[in-house]
Write a protein that binds this ligand. Structure first.
Ligand code: 5GP
Length: 190
């Protein structure tokens, strides 16, 4: 199978990476498809099964780990598993697509390690941890406890930024979007 390119966008939750990934998906010349991850967390708001995530139980997730179905997986938060199925990337490559991932920093670095030549890894940095907290509160999708858990994890994640190919600081969204398109275009056209 001809391998396409892999674009990994990793960042603490609330840093705006999902907005960046959606913007890139809307650029037809990049020929991108979104890698839908599997998760055992509860569905939020208007999320759609098979589009935002494949939602399964923790039990089913563990069965897939045992059966070696994952390219990478992570217990991102306690009892909340997230992972990329090998079949997901194979399916999109078979369609002739380049694949874009919205995954956590550990998963992102793992994909880069598995496919060093095919992968562009980008860390999306929020302006500060305080700003991140403000954005998560504004989103109003999670309890105070869950927000605090995400903020605590963000500080640890920020330390991994230098291991990525590029860092985009998202203090001004328009600029961050332009930077992301430039990086993706240059990488895909090599
Ligand atoms: P959320 O619960 O906000 O959708 O996602 C929580 C975190 O898990 C985010 O940082 C998200 O990027 C990450 N994540 C989503 N899918 C995957 C995946 O397949 N693998 C890994 N390692 N992380 C993921």
């Amino acid at each position: 199978m001809k391998k396409g390119k892999l674009l990994v966008f990793s960042a603490p939750s609330g840093s705006g990476k999902t907005t960046i990934v959606k913007h890139l998906l809307a650029q037809p010349e990049l020929n991108l498809a979104f890698s839908v991850s599997v998760t055992s967390r509860d569905k939020r708001g208007d999320e759609v099964d098979g589009k935002d995530y494949y939602f399964i139980s923790a039990r089913e997730f563990k069965d897939k780990i045992k059966a070696d179905k994952f390219l990478e997986w992570e217990e991102v938060y306690r009892d909340n598993f997230y992972g990329t199925l090998k079949t997901e990337v194979e399916r999109l490559w078979a369609e002739g697509k380049n694949v874009i991932f919205d995954i956590d920093v550990v998963g992102g670095l793992r994909i880069k390690k598995k496919f060093p030549k095919e992968t562009l890894s980008v860390f999306v940095k929020p302006p500060s941890v305080d700003e991140l907290k403000r954005r998560l509160k504004k989103r109003q999708t999670e309890s105070e406890d869950k927000i605090n858990m995400r903020v605590a994890k963000a500080s640890i994640e920020m330390a991994t930024a230098p291991q990525f190919d590029y860092i985009i600081t998202n203090d001004h969204l328009e600029t961050a979007l332009e930077d992301a398109v430039t990086l993706a275009t240059d990488f895909i056209n090599v």
